[in-house]
Design a protein around this ligand. Structure first.
Ligand SMILES: NC(=O)c1ccc[n+]([C@@H]2O[C@H](COP(=O)([O-])OP(=O)(O)OC[C@H]3O[C@@H](n4cnc5c(N)ncnc54)[C@H](OP(=O)(O)O)[C@@H]3O)[C@@H](O)[C@H]2O)c1
Length: 320
């Protein structure tokens, strides 16, 4: 099986490319990123998909700068909405399956009943990033619907094992952390060290709640979805999937766990989200209900953060 990954150099794309390369049922991993895959170029997806004809495309590429998206909503719509429709159409044209990665920010987060969002819950994005990502979901669904295949296996494709068929999966996730780049745990460690050096208290946001999700865990889950699709008699990959590490936390709870694991003792103070006005408004309650996965639920976010911090602490020791 040939699997293509967009945004291959990003946080999820890096983990996914690694996980796919290790998957025995995947013969060929095609990594796409800028400049050859450009979300600003309307023919980029069609050109790459028709050239490589992958069996599955996992579309992780996006403009993830939520404040940038709020400042330039038209660019956000182009990259995170329109470009997804172009990718979906390109996939439908050659009979490829598509896994589109989306976000918890399609929900407004105003819920106060403590219930996590399910795939069937009403969407209502609170910011231009979420609006564009939801437009991308709709565009992908429209492309597969036009081909008679929305969330159901249809249009049997010769040459693939079992009952493999074109299919669309939308994978919503939240609060990704892990290499490469500076993620939330690393930002908190840096902010705590700065506060300690200045003799100050570290302010932590306590009223924004979400599901910290380790990119390598999400990558493994996406690989297991694709494996299930590939398995003769498997149940296919179509549908909206909420894939996050188990449990939820406020930013403050997440930060405190990071600080404890990093061995940093700093005075902290809980503050509301509005303490730092910013162009984008995140959902206050951005908690997703995980959907059942072929490999079972992901481990707790605490266990995933513990593994990540072990790796980070070790790399800092080596760097000293
Ligand atoms: N990060 C989160 O907390 C989070 C939460 C929920 C959902 N998601 C979704 O999960 C997916 C992966 O997120 P991530 O954290 O891995 O993002 P990321 O680290 O920002 O990676 C995004 C990837 O997209 C590429 N990209 C950006 N602009 C592009 C353009 N104009 N044309 C082509 N490629 C472009 C980036 O390339 P360069 O590095 O070269 O710019 C990068 O490889 C995204 O779809 C995102 O919306 C993320």
């Amino acid at each position: 099986m040939r699997v293509a990954v967009t945004g291959a150099g990003g946080r999820l794309g890096t983990a996914l490319t690694k996980a796919l390369n290790a998957a025995p049922f995947v013969g060929d991993v095609v990594a796409w990123d800028l400049p050859e895959h450009d979300l600003d170029d309307p023919v980029s997806a069609e050109r790459l998909v028709s050239l490589h004809r992958p069996d599955v495309v996992v579309h992780t590429a996006a403009w993830t700068d939520v404040d940038g998206c709020a400042r330039e909503p038209a660019v956000a719509m182009r990259r995170n909405g329109t470009a997804v429709g172009e990718m979906a159409t390109a996939c439908v044209n050659v009979g490829s399956a598509l896994v589109m990665v989306s976000t918890n920010e399609v929900f407004d987060g105003r819920r106060t009943d403590g219930r996590p969002y399910q795939p069937t819950d009403q969407t209502n994005p609170p910011n231009p990033y979420g609006i564009a990502k939801l437009a991308g979901e709709h565009a992908a669904r429209a492309a597969y619907l036009a081909a008679g295949d929305e969330f159901v296996s249809a249009a049997l494709r010769p040459g693939l094992p079992g009952s493999a068929a074109t299919a669309l999966a939308i994978v919503r996730t939240a609060w990704l952390f892990g290499p490469p780049g500076i993620d939330f745990p690393q930002k908190i460690v840096a902010a705590a060290e700065k506060a300690l050096a200045a003799g100050q208290t570290l302010n932590l946001v306590s009223d924004e709640v979400g599901c910290p999700t380790y990119a390598p865990d999400l990558a493994e889950a996406i690989v297991s979805l694709i494996a299930e699709w590939h398995r003769p008699g498997g149940r296919g990959l179509g549908g909206i999937h909420h894939i996050v590490n188990t449990g939820h936390a406020s930013r403050a709870e997440w930060a405190r766990q990071v600080l404890a694991l990093a061995g940093i003792e700093v005075d902290t103070n809980d503050v509301p989200l509005g303490t730092w006005p910013r162009p984008s408004t995140p959902p206050a309650w951005g908690v997703l209900e995980p959907t059942p996965l072929p490999g079972g639920p992901l481990r707790s976010w605490q266990d995933a953060v513990a593994e990540h911090m072990t790796v980070l602490n070790r790399s800092q020791e080596i760097g000293r």
